[in-house]
Design a protein around this ligand. Structure first.
Ligand code: IFM
Length: 424
């Protein structure tokens, strides 16, 4: 199929995503405390990472200062052709102490939501993107069943305050990743390595989604409520029965289980995809696969596969994250174009995909890796806070504006970034 044939459905949402802790700056939550804790700093020191990147790399600090600059960023997003934006509310700002809501911060997010709308951006609002208020952390975070009720009460207040201005809600971001990395692999706070804690946290997150959904459903009958699920394209070699079995299990456990358990409480599924993972015998990857700055293999067709894998849930699908760390923007143009071709093929094969939100709008704080991985369509100079769209942002702009691929790339756009469209 030629690029000029690739037209997306009318009303398709185009945009990019962020999360509060990664861009806002000025926070006080479980992550900021973890970042500065002696244990964490000693680990970084031991591993040589402070020497390599400097200590500031690992402190979220003022991040991209989006707390102050959100209106400028939305204006830029509009100029870049977006008609939607995804961001998260920071629970620790809104409820810094148990049961005490900070009305000033509610007023702030009201301004944020209105600024998005004023710039023609449909807000997709995430209620929880991994960070916890300190009082929630102190009561055991998601290990404690009480947090479910607390989250429901927070959701109620959010629905009351912002319900009139927001239609699309994501209750949780990537609960699968949070549970495994924080409670099984122990690489993120609270750094536990306990299969029991892992299972308990997963169960509580399912219940938290159900509770938040019920609140939204009751208070905002017209709202669309989903969650952002982390989907991996598992592949096994042909004629490998062990690989086939592992793939089935992995698809069931990782890709399907959280969604299946929430299926009655989902108006749509938010799909985050970064990985293709070979399983079974002979699962090594060809050395020629391009890699992001983080060393992640780039397989743009994996998004298509996971979208098709979700078709049987018969729910609208929104791509809520897809992207790569690429400071020099060498691969991003190729990656976006190829990924979107796959999204279009998924639509043609019956997946009801209604939007694509690239990760990320801005260079952000990439959790335990810090600031050095550059995911942004827009580069951030962290000294001056200057925003500079990368060339891929203009290529993406042309796709968003046209709602099709043809104006954005010549047929010879390649993986070295030599796509044909120019800047402004
Ligand atoms: O930066 C993260 C985001 O917070 C959750 N999904 C994956 C992204 C890239 O690692």
């Amino acid at each position: 199929m030629k690029d000029k044939d690739i037209i997306f459905p009318k009303g398709f949402f185009w945009g990019a995503a962020t999360a509060a802790h990664q861009v806002e700056g000025g926070l006080k939550n479980d992550w900021t405390e973890w970042e500065a804790s002696p244990k964490r700093l000693a680990e970084l020191e031991r591993s040589g990472l402070i020497k390599k990147y400097g200590k500031d790399n690992f402190m979220s600090g003022r991040a991209a200062d989006q707390y102050r600059l959100f209106a400028d960023d939305f204006k830029l997003a509009r100029e870049l052709g977006h008609n939607a934006t995804r961001f998260s509310l920071e629970w620790s700002r809104l409820e810094p102490e148990e049961g005490r809501f900070n009305e000033k911060e509610f007023a702030h997010y009201r301004e944020v939501i209105r600024a998005a709308r004023a710039n023609g951006l449909e807000p997709f609002v995430t209620l929880w993107h991994w960070t916890l208020p300190l009082w929630v952390r102190d009561q055991g975070g998601w290990q404690n069943g009480k947090t479910i009720g607390d989250f429901a009460r927070f959701t109620e207040k959010v629905a009351l305050e912002f319900g009139a201005d927001v239609q699309f809600w994501l209750t949780l971001n990537e609960p699968e990743v949070y549970a495994i990395e924080s409670y099984l692999q122990g690489i993120r706070p609270p750094q536990k390595r306990s299969p029991l804690a892992y299972l308990r946290v997963l169960r509580h997150l399912v219940l938290a989604h159900h509770a938040a959904y019920a609140v939204m459903r009751q208070m905002l009958p017209g709202a669309q409520v989903g969650l952002a699920s982390h989907q991996i394209h598992f592949v096994s070699a042909p004629h490998d029965p062990i690989g086939w079995l592992i793939k089935k299990l992995a698809d069931w456990w990782w890709n399907g289980r959280f969604i299946a358990k929430s299926a009655d409480c989902l108006d749509f599924i938010g799909v985050n995809n970064y990985f293709r993972m070979p399983v079974g015998i002979g699962r090594g990857n060809a050395p020629s696969v391009p890699k992001s700055d983080l060393g992640w293999e780039l397989h743009p067709d994996s998004l298509k596969s996971v979208l098709l894998g979700l078709k049987h849930f018969k729910k609208p699908l929104y791509v809520t994250e897809s992207g790569l760390a690429d400071a020099e923007d060498k691969l991003r143009p190729w990656f976006i174009r190829e990924t979107l071709k796959g999204v279009h093929q998924a639509i043609a094969s019956g997946a009801e995909v209604r939007g694509y939100l690239h990760w990320s709008l801005l260079d952000n704080f990439e959790w335990e890796s810090g600031f050095w991985p550059r995911f942004g369509l827009i580069a951030i100079d962290h000294k001056t806070l200057k925003r500079t769209p990368r060339p891929s942002a203009f290529l993406y702009r042309d796709i968003c504006r046209a709602n099709e691929l043809k104006n954005a790339f010549g047929e010879d756009g390649d993986r070295d970034g030599n796509a044909s469209a120019g800047g402004n």
